[in-house]
Write a protein that binds this ligand. Sequence first.
Ligand code: SAM
Length: 311
Amino acid sequence: MTDERDDDTMTLGDGTSGQPGSEGEPPKHGIPRGASPDAVRAHYDTGNPFFAAWLDEGLNYSCALWSDDPEQPIEEAQRDKLDHHVAASGAAGAERVLDIGCGWGAMLHRLVEHHDVKHAVGLTLSHEQAAWDRAHATPEMEFRVEHWLDHEPTSPYDAIISMGAIEHFVRPTDPADVRIQVYREFFEKCASMLKPGGRLSLQTSVYASGSFVEGAVSAIFPESDLPRVSQLAVAADGIMEIVGYRNDTEHYARTCTAWRRRMRANKDAVLAASDEATYNRYQNYLAAASRGFDMRVFNLVRIAFRPLPIR
Ligand SMILES: C[S@@+](CC[C@H](N)C(=O)[O-])C[C@H]1O[C@@H](n2cnc3c(N)ncnc32)[C@H](O)[C@@H]1O
């Protein structure tokens, strides 16, 4: 673990935000770096046993893709979500696939173990996740503690997938033009890393009717704010075309409700891995998020992009 951290810090600038004016590595190309590694870790480094106590078996930590069956197990819905992105990005059978914001590695396992992908790379900012990922990895999987801005692939990817990560790429204090600049840089970076014909499949929560408010949700995701679909569309303009779009908002309300119930059902394990205050914060966050999707303050979208041949 110590060795891994030492390695990681070489690419990351451990503990620095990289924001203009902050200590540490200056932002590349003047692009703000979104939530600081410390802020992201504050969330995900709550501990693997904590998340294992209420997420599904594969530790998927983003919206599932549910069927109409109200009794469908969450494991199946999470697997169907992974397969949706494999299909939308064209990743099946590929040589090289990148997952930006890989969490606990469920997508890399699905790619390698079920879709015959030869080499799958996952980026995370969380040391806890990376330790877990590496402990469970097969030789076809490469997990890196690395900001997407810093990732320099050895060769281009056939497909890129990113689920539930872009929500960390801007801060609540960033003005709209800065947010679009960040998302534009993200699309440029993805386009530059893809082989011709390769696709990016992106899943994110977005604002439908609301905007940032301090509350139960923002307390869980410090220094982070959601995009709007319009910002993503403007940011991708001239770089990538949209080739697939799904609005699956009710799927995230259902996922948050399922997680909240599982957390309540496994309260002893949750408390053994955390404390009463953390349990309550997460219960409140999941209830508020679920309500936010139900009320259409937020949408959950899955969008597939393909780089334009002439940019
Ligand atoms: C909500 S989790 C989603 C994990 C996974 N995609 C899933 O669906 O289970 C967000 C992930 O994005 C990662 N992340 C956040 N900001 C990042 C950045 N700038 N560069 C790379 N990864 C980032 C976090 O470390 C975490 O692994």
